[in-house]
Write a protein that binds this ligand. Structure first.
Ligand SMILES: [Mn+2]
Length: 398
């Protein structure tokens, strides 16, 4: 049984990578490149529990790898919620860019590493180049992409289920009834993914998900009967909190908020338009970021090398009414007449109305190329507004 907690295990793995410890025989456990909660928990639970299997005893190190760059962790509030719940510092999560840096600093690591894939069955991009021929095990719930699987996989556990974490839980089935003092945290970790992926066992769930949830809830000591599993209030509360976190962007920096749902276009005349869509009103966003709001918009536009930036929001206000806001920031002085022309046209086309507000962030300043509005035309989303702006930009003379 594991002699350290999952928190201690992850902190140790993180030190190994951060301190560039010389390579020893290593097992890398990598989730997929979209890096959702399922991939995260599948890789961490597998890596942590691998020490309970004879099969993995020869590995000196087991590293759970989160298959996205560090900077994208912030875009996954449900992960941050679960980590906080478990007192796991998010810095301990080993991200792709950090791991690749480690391999560059310790090149011999490449030859002493095997890899297990969880939540995917085809290793892509840089990891594929490094370890495509060193895949020794797969646990996945996606369809095989037609590529033949590597030979001699152990485990080779690929079948449809709501959550890949459920398959990982079942692969280590003996652990959940053990007396290991650390098992509650491991169970919490896995349960989060199982419930999120199956909408609290109400959608897409298979026998594997139901059995995994039963094992985990039993390990947590909160479901000793099937009835408790079916109606368990712990489970419902735990799920609702995680679900709310997933739909909350309160922990986002302004940059995260702007790039979360972002699209850009470069027109034939070289003019570049960027558009951010958000589930929070401009008033909410301005209040949250205060003096950092306008500089934040300008810095995002500069980072993306934009000539024109727009933000669209859609949200439900305090009275339960669906609302939209629209914001336009012209960055290229040569386009000021074009932006002014769009602002005039938007009044009729999108029923834009300046805000009646004391918030200086939400007051138009045409000379500075800045406009923001209450958009009364509620049917016009980015699908309508962006093409209108693009047409205007295509006609612009620089
Ligand atoms: Mn999955």
């Amino acid at each position: 049984m594991p002699s350290q907690s999952v928190q201690q295990f992850l902190a140790g793995a993180r030190q190994y990578v951060s301190k560039r410890v010389a390579a020893s025989r290593t097992l890398l456990v990598a989730g997929n490149a979209s890096a959702d909660l399922d991939s995260f928990t599948s890789s961490l639970v597998f890596a942590y529990l691998s020490q309970t299997k004879e099969r993995f005893q020869d590995y000196k190190r087991v590293l759970p790898l989160f298959n996205i760059p560090r900077e994208e962790v912030a875009l996954r509030p449900e992960l941050l919620h679960l980590l906080a719940n478990l007192r796991i510092p998010s810095e301990d999560v080993i991200c792709l860019d950090e791991y690749l840096e480690y391999v560059r600093a310790v090149p011999e690591a490449k030859d002493s590493t095997d890899i297990v894939l969880v939540d995917h069955n085809n290793l892509l991009a840089e990891l594929g180049e490094l370890y495509g021929d060193r895949v020794v095990g797969i646990i996945d719930h996606h369809q095989n992409e037609g590529k033949p699987l590597p030979a001699n996989l152990d485990p080779e556990l690929i079948r449809f289920s709501g959550s890949c974490s459920s398959l990982v839980v079942r692969y280590f089935d003996e652990y959940w009834t053990s007396a290991c003092e650390f098992k509650k945290d491991v169970a919490t970790l896995a349960l989060g993914a199982v419930l999120i992926d199956t909408s609290n066992l109400t959608a897409k769930e298979t026998e594997d998900d139901i059995e995994a949830a039963r094992l985990l809830l039993e390990a947590l000591g909160s479901a000793t009967t099937v009835t408790a599993l079916e109606t368990g209030s712990f489970r419902d509360t735990f799920y609702r909190d995680l679900h709310d976190a997933k739909n909350s962007v309160d922990s986002f920096s302004l940059r995260d908020l702007l790039r979360k749902d972002y699209k850009e276009w470069t027109e034939a005349n070289g003019i570049k338009l960027g558009t951010s869509s958000s589930v929070k009103s401009l008033a909410w966003t301005s209040k949250k970021f205060g003096d950092g709001f306008l500089p934040g918009l300008r810095s995002w536009a500069a980072e993306r090398k934009l000539d024109m930036f727009m933000a669209m929001t859609s949200y439900v206000d305090a009275d339960g009414a669906f609302r939209r806001d629209l914001l336009m920031l012209n960055v290229n002085p040569a386009l000021l007449p074009t932006a002014t022309q769009f602002a005039a046209a938007a009044e009729t086309e999108f029923k834009t109305v300046p805000f009646d507000t004391a918030d200086p962030n939400l007051v138009c300043d045409a000379d500075a190329g800045y406009w923001c509005w209450d958009q009364r035309e509620l049917k016009a989303s980015r699908k309508q507004v962006a093409p209108a702006m693009r047409q205007t930009l295509q006609a612009a003379k620089l």
